[in-house]
Design a protein around this ligand. Sequence first.
Ligand code: KIV
Length: 270
Amino acid sequence: MGIKFMKKKLTINNIKKKKFNKPLVCLTAYTTPMAQILDKYCDVILVGDSLGMVLHGMKSTRDVTLEMMIMHGKAVRRGIENSLLVVDMPIGTYEKNPKMALRNARKIMKETLCDAVKVEGGIKVYETIKCLVNNNIPVMGHVGLLPQSVKKKSDYRVKGKDHLSFNQIIKDSISAEKAGAFSLVVECVIKDLADKINQSVNIPTIGIGASNKCDGQILVTEDLLGYSEKPPKFVKMYDNFKQRTEICIKKFVKDLKNNNFPNFKNMYQI
Ligand code: KIV
């Protein structure tokens, strides 16, 4: 017998009740079909700018544009009825000043009909988060490893190993909450730091490579499905769809070569 997943609808206003009331189920989606599947199980669906690497073959999230986020945000919106939809603000669209951030966040909200946007950083984006929230745009924060700041592969490192960065990331988390963020993604930090952040803020924390004590967990869906070449250590791969896809493609090619496709079932007769 299959496991039954009972899902209660979450809103920005009641998500805070999820603090210390695990688990907040979160995954990424970039397309309508994936969103339709996730919508049955997830509290939050994030259109992450990881789509630059996962879908578009980019080296990092740094080349992702506002237009790309809006296009995929619209596609995901078409597949969602119940989950909260959060769309990442890509690099270059919010960090310079709150006015610019507000203009771009409004565009994302209007075109994708998402429930919230996500921005990376803490103290540095305090004024930006505050401005968006004051203008009725709910914001999810993101601390720890900030993919938009990663310029080379070796920068993908676990954060919080030294005193300085440990304390800085706690300050960033508190700052995001003070600015009005309704939840906080905590990415790739040592477990002690994630646990400390979880105790230091009153908003739900969503871990990715963080700690089982976070209020929720998020992964890039393609990572857990086994589509990614070398997923980080924190990913649990539940299947290997990359391999499965290749097996199917090979079968298709074999059928063509052996003249087994299309056969009479795949062709129209009068
Ligand atoms: O871009 C993304 O997919 C993300 C998640 C991994 C948290 O930010």
